[in-house]
Design a protein around this ligand. Structure first.
Ligand SMILES: Nc1ncnc2c1ncn2[C@@H]1O[C@H](COP(=O)(O)OP(=O)(O)O)[C@@H](O)[C@H]1O
Ligand SMILES: [Mg+2]
Length: 1080
């Protein structure tokens, strides 16, 4: 895999050419077209050898992700498509591995992407260098120094919303392992004029807006500030807000960054107090006041602001006020004080503001350096990153002192570039043992000299003018230039008498023009002297030194009267010259890496490529020069191994493998290809190719050869694939066929086998059936013979026995059957017998008709039997009672209505206990026979029919009537004298006892009695009579009968009576002949 990747090259998949050195033909148009083509395809980076051209895309491209960092990490420079990471990686690796200090020089005009590029480089290095808590803290501090410096040193300009208004050079220091240790920042030429005045459409430094937007109310109050931008004269009103910039949020970021970098809280506080003081200085206004001596004097209009500034900074108000009104000039122990007019007062105010701010900025840089300083004394490796404004050319002679200075700096950078590039080139040639051929190129040393020469240089002359006593103006300076530089071939001016440019109307009189290496620039001379002087009246610096605010005091050390220095402070120009010289010296010791930033359009717009604008930048960046220098000797060089690896397919000897040394292989290869000898040179480790055309020819050949190879590989591969496939198919066919055959054979065999079995089974079946049929036939024959024999025997036997059977067989069967039936009948009857109760009327149904009479008889017999059984249980006593009851039934049943009521009553006979009752003792004694009945009856009076109670006694021989009370016997009748007993058929107890005429008792006539137990008495009387006299007593039952009363016969008549007296019948004597009984 790694090997595969190693084979990739910048030359693969190129859009246009990735390296301008290979551009053919090389001219401005092709250069721009190549850039445009690449830009349109999102390729914003292009190389010139090892220089990276970067075109600002003005939109975020997905090419800075951590994956991209990994992709470029540890890869050779030309391996991948051009990228700022490739340059960063190259620089970092040669720093780490080859111990070469590096510097990365980023140039380009404002808005071209320099600052972004420097941040990308730093972030890449941070990403790939060592890790660990300590290292990370260093990295973080280094990275966080950016937001702080940007807040104080950047501003929105027309070209760039976040334009750096200072030059910055940062040394990042590493240990031998490549871990970062710390850093040192140098700043150059802050554009301090911006503090007091900004061009249209631009802003002051970010920090002012950030404080006002982002600080809390309390903090603002502390700083004596108000949130409203319009309150401050130093804040240009237009474009105070920038689209897409959140000042308040940035303020928080800056404070946070300051904290990370290591600012103490009181330091931060002091810094913001100084910023507030600067802002408030702008609000101090002056008014003119005439003095007696006729001189103008200025007065502060409103002292309130001054008072607040003094409070904020701890300066005595009167001291500051005086410093704004007077100027003291000291010369040779003499002090001369002059008043300031209004214009001078404003100048002094602005000078103070500018100085305060620029010194604060320098202090910040120093303070940051303190924090990020490497903590060890060990030898460090250094990587410097220079982010400095490139050439600045304004149209219409708007270029002033600042542009002059900046362009001087760029001129110096170009010089160092040329020197270093050529030097490196030369060194490489020597290293590689190649003969050094002289290279034609433009050397800008002459321009540098024009500016910086100690005697005749423009800067020197400017200083001279500034120091010269007498009236000094910008014009006198220009005059001087005209005298000294008139003949210089890069200096142009109309002023000089014999000037070549006397008639050049494009060059105004107040201007001079310098032909820089990157083009002509016209400078407006106005302001040069003032800006170079950069004057701050001593009174002001002394006033500042007197402040109790420690930071402000520290910013103005020259204000200390003890250290008074009568010498003028160095001019801005000479200061800058000195710092540039130091920078150059610094850079010269390092290995340079260039990033040339180009701005594709003026509108900060994505996708817009303004060719004219780009052309202009290419010119002043001297990029074509760059390519030429690079190509002066050999345009392309490559180590032998990768070269052979890349082109070995172009020659039979080297393809596919070269067994000898790589160099010999390349020699063979180039000979074979018949490349002209002047076109290449063999170095020690590299092949040098003079012209890109040769390289492209090689590339072309390679491409064609690759196509052929591809075809070949494809051919072989296809053939191989077909053959393999065919072989596989063949093999599979055999396998399938063998399997199939086996299967078919198996199938066939199984079929044959099964048919054989079928046929076999049929045959066996047929045979078996045949046998079975025969056996069956045989068996039937046997059976038939047996049956015939049996029949025959039967016939024989029957014929023999018929004689005995025929006579009485029928009768016998009949009898037998009958017997069986009767037997069965009785057996069944036995089971069906009803209960033994005499009153049970159930009897089973008759089963056969012919048994009808038997059945009835049986029923009768059974009934008699069970009755007898029932009777046999009775005692003699009971028998007697039943006999009596039977007698009564025979006598009265269906004759007397009273009878049914008597059936249930037991016959007791002796109702009266004669023997027990002492009352009847006499009566008892009188009767010595057994008493059959003893009962109380009513005797009906014969005369009136009224009833009287009498005791009625029946003995064996007599009937007795006795008085109930006394027991005296009233009448005694022997049974033989009783002839008849009469009674009604009705439900009454009356009865008459008829006596035999003429007998002893018959004197008074018959008795008419009434009793409740009539039936019993009549029955017993009948029975006793029968047993004594052997005669049946006549019992007459009739509703009319005659009774003998003495001589009279009276008729007793029973009638249906009313129920007046309840149920008791009433008896009444109607007349002599009739006694009526009313029965209810
Ligand atoms: N590589 C880049 N990718 C995306 N935008 C960029 C890139 N470089 C620059 N820019 C854009 O251009 C603006 C100006 O870039 P900056 O680096 O501040 O310019 P300079 O420092 O050259 O004045 C940035 O604010 C950013 O919006
Ligand atoms: Mg910048």
């Amino acid at each position: 895999m790694a090997k595969m990747e190693a084979k990739t090259s910048l030359l693969d998949n190129m859009i246009g050419v990735g390296d301008m050195v290979l551009l053919e033909p090389l001219d401005e148009d092709s250069f721009i077209n190549n850039l445009k083509k690449r830009f349109d395809h999102n390729e914003v980076y292009t190389y010139i050898g090892s220089v990276v051209i970067s075109i600002n895309p003005y939109r975020s491209l997905p090419i800075y992700s951590p994956e991209k960092v990994e992709e470029y990490r540890n890869r050779n420079f030309y391996e991948l498509s051009p990228h700022i990471f490739a340059l960063s990686d190259e620089a970092y690796r040669s720093l780490r591995d080859q111990d070469k200090d590096q510097c990365i020089l980023i140039t380009g005009e404002s808005g071209a992407g320099k600052t972004e590029a420097s941040k990308l480089v730093m972030s890449y290095v941070a990403a790939v260098c060592g890790k660990g808590a300590e290292v990370n803290q260093v990295k973080e501090q280094l990275l966080q120094s950016n937001p702080v410096l940007e807040a104080f040193g950047n501003a929105k300009t027309v070209r760039n919303d976040n334009s750096s208004r200072f030059g910055k050079y940062m040394d990042i220091e590493f240990d031998f392992k490549g871990d970062p240790l710390g850093g040192v920042i140098s700043n150059y030429l802050l554009e301090k004029s911006r503090v007091v005045k900004q061009p249209r459409g631009e802003r002051n430094f970010h920090i002012f807006y950030q404080i006002l937007s982002g600080a809390s109310e309390d903090f603002l109050c502390e700083l004596k500030l108000e949130r409203d931008f319009s309150r401050y004269n130093y804040l240009g009103l237009d474009s105070a807000r920038v689209n897409g910039v959140d000042d308040a949020a940035n303020f928080r970021t800056v404070r946070n960054a300051m904290q990370i970098v290591g600012f103490m809280d009181h330091e931060t506080q002091s810094v913001f107090e100084v910023v507030a003081a600067v802002l408030k200085l702008g609000n101090i206004e002056f008014k003119p006041e005439s003095r007696v001596n006729g001189l103008d004097e200025s007065k502060i209009k409103d002292k309130n602001e001054l008072k607040e500034i003094c409070e904020l900074t701890g300066i005595d108000q009167s001291v500051l006020e005086r410093a704004f009104s007077f100027r003291t000039v000291e010369a040779k122990q003499e002090k001369v004080s002059t008043t300031l007019n209004v214009a001078q007062a404003y100048y002094a105010r602005d000078a103070l503001a500018k100085n305060l701010y620029s010194r604060l900025f320098s202090w910040l840089v120093t303070r940051i350096n303190e924090s990020i300083k490497a903590q060890t004394k060990v030898r460090k490796k250094v990587m410097g990153v220079l982010d400095i404004y490139g050439f600045e050319i304004f149209e219409n002679a708007d270029n002033s002192f600042e542009q002059f200075i900046i362009n001087y700096c760029n001129e110096k950078l170009q010089q160092i570039f040329i020197e270093l590039t050529l030097k490196e080139e030369q060194e490489e040639y020597i290293r590689e043992g190649i003969e050094w051929t002289h290279i034609e190129y433009f050397n800008n040393a002459i321009i540098c000299d024009l500016i910086e020469n100690n005697q005749t240089g423009i800067l020197a002359m400017l200083d001279e003018e500034c120091l010269r006593p007498g009236t000094v103006t910008d014009e006198t300076f220009l005059e001087k230039l005209n005298q000294v530089c008139a003949t210089h071939q890069h200096f142009e001016s109309r002023m000089s008498k014999c000037s070549r440019f006397l008639n050049d109307t494009s060059l105004p009189h107040s201007c001079f023009r310098i032909q820089h290496y990157a083009g002509k620039v016209m400078y407006q001379v106005e302001g040069f002297v003032d800006k170079n002087n950069d004057l701050l009246y001593r009174d002001l610096s002394q006033a500042m030194w007197k402040a109790s605010h420690s930071l402000i005091k520290a910013l103005f050390p020259e204000g200390n009267p003890a250290k008074i220095n009568l010498k003028r402070p160095p001019t801005a120009g000479s200061q800058f010259k000195a710092s540039v010289a130091t920078l150059m010296k610094n850079l010269q010791t390092k290995n340079p890496n260039y990033i040339r930033c180009i701005k594709p359009n003026d509108k900060k717009a994505a996708h817009v490529f303004n060719e004219a604008l780009v052309c202009h930048q290419i010119r002043y960046l001297g990029l074509l020069e760059n390519v030429r220098v690079r190509r002066a000797g050999y345009a392309f060089r490559q180590a032998y191994e990768p070269c052979l690896e890349r082109y070995k397919m172009l020659c039979k000897q080297t393809w596919p493998r070269w067994r000898g040394a790589a160099r010999a292989g390349v020699e063979v290869l180039f000979n074979e290809l018949e490349i002209p000898e002047e076109e290449f040179s063999f170095g020690r480790s590299k092949i040098f190719i003079r012209n890109p055309r040769t390289l492209f020819k090689l590339e072309d050949l390679r491409k064609r050869r690759l196509e052929d190879l591809a075809t070949l590989i494809e051919k072989i591969y296809r053939g191989w694939k077909c053959r393999t496939r065919f072989l596989l198919m063949k093999k599979s066919q055999i396998v399938i066929a063998s399997w199939y055959r086996r299967y078919a054979q198996q199938k066939k065999y199984q079929k044959t086998k099964s048919s054989a079995i079928t046929v076999q089974s049929y045959i066996r079946g047929w045979k078996a059936r045949k046998l079975l049929r025969e056996l069956k036939h045989q068996k039937r024959c046997n059976e038939a013979a047996t049956i015939i024999a049996a029949y025959w025997h039967g016939t024989q036997v029957r014929r023999e026995y018929r004689k005995f059977f025929r006579a009485n067989a029928g009768r016998k069967i009949y009898e037998f059957t009958l017997q069986r039936i009767i037997q069965k009948y009785f057996l069944e009857m036995k089971n069906k017998m009803p209960s033994l109760s005499p009153i049970d009327k159930n009897w089973p149904a008759r089963p056969y008709l012919f048994l009808d009479s038997t059945h009835k008889e049986l029923k009768r017999i059974f009934h008699l039997w069970r009755c007898k059984k029932y009777r046999d249980q009775f005692t003699d006593q009971q028998k007697l009672i039943y006999e009596e009851k039977l007698e009564a039934s025979e006598l009265f049943k269906d004759k007397k209505a009273l009878y049914p009521a008597s059936v249930g009553q037991p016959f007791q006979g002796a109702y009266l206990e004669i023997s027990q009752n002492p009352k009847y003792k006499k009566l008892k004694d009188a009767v010595d026979e057994k008493i059959i009945i003893a009962e109380v009856v009513n005797k009906i009076n014969r005369a009136n029919g009224k009833a009287t109670s009498r005791i009625f006694l029946l003995t064996k021989n007599n009937v007795l009537l006795a008085d109930q009370k006394s027991g005296n016997i009233k009448s005694e009748v022997p049974l033989g004298d009783v002839t008849k007993v009469s009674m009604s058929s009705q439900n009454d107890g009356f009865f008459a006892v008829h006596l035999k005429e003429g007998s002893g008792a018959a004197g008074k006539g018959d008795f008419l009695l009434s009793s409740d137990h009539l039936i019993e008495m009549a029955t017993k009387l009948y029975r006793t009579t029968l047993s004594q006299t052997k005669q049946k007593l006549n019992i007459e039952i009739s509703d009319e009968f005659l009774v003998q009363f003495r001589q009279d016969k009276v008729c007793v008549k029973f009638i249906q009576g009313s129920q007046k007296n309840g149920n008791i019948p009433t008896c009444k004597r109607k007349n002599n002949r009739l006694l009526e009984v009313a029965v209810p």
